[in-house]
Write a protein that binds this ligand. Structure first.
Ligand SMILES: Cc1cc2nc3c(=O)[nH]c(=O)nc-3n(C[C@H](O)[C@H](O)[C@H](O)COP(=O)(O)OP(=O)(O)OC[C@H]3O[C@@H](n4cnc5c(N)ncnc54)[C@H](O)[C@@H]3O)c2cc1C
Length: 611
C-alpha cells in the first residue's frame, strides 16, 4: 500500500487556523520565514517522508537493530536516512532553539509529523538528538556549545536521554548512578547502569552524546540531589578532535514488541572507573542539591508533548491506509439488499463510522497538539513577556493532555484501522499491525499514562494557586460563551457547555479530596487518569469546534461544487462526530469520578493475584 499523508489538514492548521503570522513576526523568524513558505516546506517534507524515510520502515521492522560481538549494526538504510534528514535541514537544525534558520516549532512539527508517520523508529533518533542539543544550548558553556552542537546538528553525532535504571523507572528520584569529582571542577567520573536507552548504541553515528542523570557524591537524597552530565561515547578534546573512547559498555539491546529498528540499549557507565562526563549547570549547593532534574525536564517536556504527537502521527498513517483500503476492497452488499452488485466496503455504514471515528480523533488530537506547539512558540519567541509567560504555563497544562490522551487514543485508532481491513489488517502483508506494535510504548515512556494523570491533578491543576489551569480553562469557556448561539451548531455547543461543567465538577471534586486528605487520599490517584481524559476530551472537542466554525465560514464563501468544499465539509463532520460521539465519554467519566466507587480500594490485594 502507498504511504499517504493528509498534507491539506496540516496546511489548514498552519495557514487558516492558527495565527502563524503572529509567530512568524517574532524577531527570530521574521527575516527567514513567511506564511507563503509553508506550502513549499510541507510539499518538500512530504516528498522526503515518502521517498527517503518510509521505504526503510517495514524493512527495519523485519531486520531490526542487532548487537553482535559487542557491536550494534543498524537496520538497513537507517544510517543513511538519519544523515539525510539531519544534513538537509529536516531535523535537529530546524528544531533546536537559538539556531540561525531554526523554524517555529509549529512549522517544524508539521514536517516532522510526516517523517515520523513514515518511520517512527527512525525519528526518535532525531528527536533525542534535538533534545540533547537543546540541553547543551540552554545549560552548556560557550565552549561546550562550540564543541558539541555543530556535529549534533549535522548528523555526525547523535544524542540520548539517560534517566531510567533497572530499579528507577517512574520514580526517577531513586536513581543510583553516581558522579564523583575530579581535579577538573567541570569533569566528573560517572558510574552506574542505565536501562532502556533509546539510541544508546545505535551504530549510526561517529559519536553519541549521552545526557545522564546521576547523583554527585554527597548529593541530597531523592530527585533534588540529581545532577545532569554530558557523557560522550568518545571524549571530545578541547580543540574539537576526538579523544579516548569513554568507559561505557553496551550490555545489551532490548528485544521489543515494536520499534525493532530502534536500538534500545542497557549501558554500563564506568565499569572500569574511567567514564568521564561534563557537569551541566551549577555545582551542587551546600545542601547537596543539584539542578539536574529541572534541567532534564526541558528535554522531558519536549519529549512528552512529542510522544503524544508521535502517537497521533502513527494513528494518522494507519487511518490513511485504512481509508485507501476501504475504497478498494469489494465485500458484501448494502444493508438490507440481498442481490445486486457487491460494493467497496466504504459503502457500509459501520466502515464509514470507523473511518470518521479515526478521522475525528486524528484531526482533533492533531489540532490540540499544534495548539500546544503554538503556545510554546509564543512562550519562546514573543517580545510580549507577559503573554509569553501565560502561554508557557498553558502549554504546561497541554503537555499531560497531549502525552496521555494522545498516546492512549492512538491505540484505539490503530486498532480500528486494522478492524477496517478485516483479516488482512492483522497480517504483516499490510503496514498497520506494525503501527500498533510501534506505538504501544508511547503510553509508557516519558512517564506512563498514570504519571501524567497524576501530574495533571496533583500539580498542573494546582500550581501557582491554580492560575495556569484557570487560564487554560477560560479560553475554552470563553469560546463556548461567544459561540453558544451559532446557527447550525446549537447541539454541539450545548455539549461543549456540558463538557465545561464536567471539568468544573472534576476540579471541585479534586479540591474536596485534597481538602479531606485523611479520608479521601486514595481517590486522588485512583481517578487521576479519568480526570485527565475529561479535560482532554473537552480540549480536543473545543479545537475541533473552532475548526468547524472556520470551515463553515469558508464553505459560505465558496461557490457550489467547488473542490475545496469537500475538505471543509469533512472538517465539520469531524467536529460533529467527535462532539456527539466521543465527548460524551467525558460526561460518563465525570459521573464515575464523582461517584468515587471504591471497589478497587476495597478489593483485598491478595484477591488480585493468582496463587
Ligand atoms: C522502548 C523503550 C524506550 C525507552 N527509552 C528511554 C530513554 O531513551 N531514556 C530513558 O531514560 N528511559 C527510556 N525508557 C524507559 C521508560 O521511560 C520507562 O520504561 C517508563 O518511565 C516506566 O518505567 P518502568 O519501566 O521502570 O516502569 P515502573 O516505573 O516500574 O512502572 C510499572 C507500572 O507501575 C506504575 N507505577 C509506578 N509507580 C507508580 C506510582 N507511584 N503510583 C501508581 N502507579 C505507579 C506505572 O504507571 C506502570 O504501570 C524506555 C523504555 C522503553 C520500553
Amino acid at each position: 500500500m502507498e504511504f499517504k499523508y493528509d498534507v491539506r489538514d496540516l496546511q489548514f492548521i498552519l495557514k487558516e487556523w492558527l495565527p502563524m503570522e503572529e509567530v512568524l513576526a517574532c524577531e527570530r523568524f521574521k527575516e527567514n520565514y513567511s506564511v507563503d513558505d509553508i506550502d513549499m516546506f510541507l510539499n518538500e517534507g512530504y516528498k522526503v517522508a515518502r521517498e527517503v524515510v518510509n521505504p526503510i520502515n517495514a524493512e527495519g521492522d523485519k531486520n531490526g537493530a542487532k548487537l553482535e560481538n559487542g557491536v550494534v549494526t543498524p537496520a538497513p538504510g537507517y544510517k543513511e536516512a538519519f544523515r539525510f534528514i539531519q544534513e538537509n535541514g529536516w531535523g535537529s537544525s530546524s528544531e533546536c532553539i537559538g539556531i540561525d534558520g531554526g523554524m517555529p516549532l509549529s512549522m517544524f512539527k508539521a514536517i516532522f509529523e510526516m517523517n515520523q508517520a513514515a518511520c517512527p523508529a527512525l525519528l526518535s533518533y532525531i528527536k533525542l538528538t534535538s533534545g540533547a542539543a537543546n540541553l547543551i544550548i540552554r545549560f552548556g558553556t560557550d565552549k561546550e556549545r562550540e564543541l558539541f552542537i555543530p556535529n549534533m546538528l549535522s548528523g555526525e553525532w547523535q544524542g540520548t536521554m539517560c534517566i531510567t535504571e533497572p530499579n528507577a523507572g517512574s520514580d526517577v528520584g531513586d536513581s543510583t548512578a553516581r558522579a564523583y569529582p575530579t581535579d577538573d571542577p567541570r569533569v566528573w567520573k560517572i558510574k552506574g547502569t542505565k536501562m532502556f536507552i533509546t539510541a544508546g548504541d545505535a551504530g549510526i553515528c561517529d559519536n553519541t552524546i549521552h545526557m545522564v542523570m546521576a547523583r554527585p557524591e554527597g548529593g541530597a537524597a531523592g530527585s533534588p540531589g540529581l545532577g545532569l552530565y554530558l557523557v560522550p561515547k568518545i571524549w571530545v578534546n578541547d580543540d574539537g578532535s576526538l579523544g579516548k573512547e569513554n568507559d561505557i559498555a553496551t550490555v545489551g539491546i532490548e528485544h521489543k514488541m515494536g520499534l525493532k529498528a530502534q536500538a534500545t540499549a542497557m549501558l554500563n557507565f564506568g565499569d572500569n572507573d574511567e567514564c568521564y562526563g561534563i557537569m551541566m549547570g551549577p555545582a551542587p549547593d551546600e545542601k547537596g542539591r543539584s539542578r539536574g532534574l529541572p534541567m532534564m525536564f526541558h528535554m522531558m517536556n519536549e519529549s512528552r508533548i512529542g510522544t503524544g504527537h508521535n502517537a497521533n502521527t502513527q494513528a494518522a498513517a494507519s487511518y490513511y491506509y485504512a481509508s485507501q483500503f476501504a475504497t478498494e476492497r469489494i465485500q458484501g452488499r448494502p444493508f438490507g439488499e440481498r442481490s445486486g452488485d457487491r460494493v467497496p466496503i466504504i459503502k457500509h455504514e459501520d466502515i464509514r463510522r470507523m473511518l470518521l471515528d479515526m478521522k475525528a480523533n486524528v484531526e482533533g488530537i492533531r489540532a490540540m497538539t499544534f495548539k500546544g506547539f503554538y503556545y510554546l512558540d509564543i512562550q519562546a519567541n514573543s517580545d510580549d513577556k507577559e503573554k509569553a509567560k501565560k502561554y508557557g504555563e498553558i502549554a504546561e497544562i497541554f503537555t499531560p493532555l497531549v502525552k496521555c490522551y494522545g498516546s492512549e487514543a492512538s491505540l484505539h485508532v490503530i486498532a480500528e484501522a486494522i478492524q477496517t481491513l478485516g483479516g488482512v489488517g492483522y497480517t504483516q502483508e499490510y503496514p498497520i499491525e506494525q503501527y500498533l506494535r510501534d506505538s504501544k510504548i508511547l503510553t509508557i515512556w516519558e512517564g506512563t499514562s498514570y504519571i501524567h494523570g497524576n501530574d495533571l491533578v496533583g500539580r498542573k491543576m494546582r500550581m501557582k494557586d491554580g492560575v495556569p489551569f484557570a487560564n487554560w480553562f477560560a479560553i475554552i469557556k470563553d469560546f463556548v460563551a461567544d459561540n453558544k448561539d451559532n446557527s447550525g451548531f446549537e447541539k454541539e455547543m450545548k455539549k461543549l457547555a456540558k463538557g465545561c461543567e464536567c471539568v468544573e465538577t472534576i476540579k471541585k471534586t479534586y479540591e474536596t479530596w485534597y481538602d479531606n486528605l485523611d479520608e479521601m487520599k486514595s481517590l486522588i490517584p485512583l481517578y487521576a487518569t479519568k480526570a485527565l481524559f475529561v479535560c482532554a476530551y473537552l480540549q480536543v472537542a473545543e479545537c475541533l469546534m473552532e475548526q468547524a466554525l472556520l470551515a463553515q465560514a469558508k464553505i459560505d464563501e465558496l461557490p457550489d461544487g467547488a473542490y475545496e468544499r469537500t475538505f471543509y465539509q469533512g472538517k465539520i463532520a469531524s467536529a460533529r462526530y467527535y462532539i456527539n460521539n466521543v465527548l460524551p465519554g467525558a460526561f460518563a467519566l465525570t459521573d464515575l469520578v464523582t461517584a468515587a466507587d471504591t471497589s478497587v480500594i476495597d478489593c483485598p490485594e491478595e484477591a488480585l493475584v493468582i496463587t
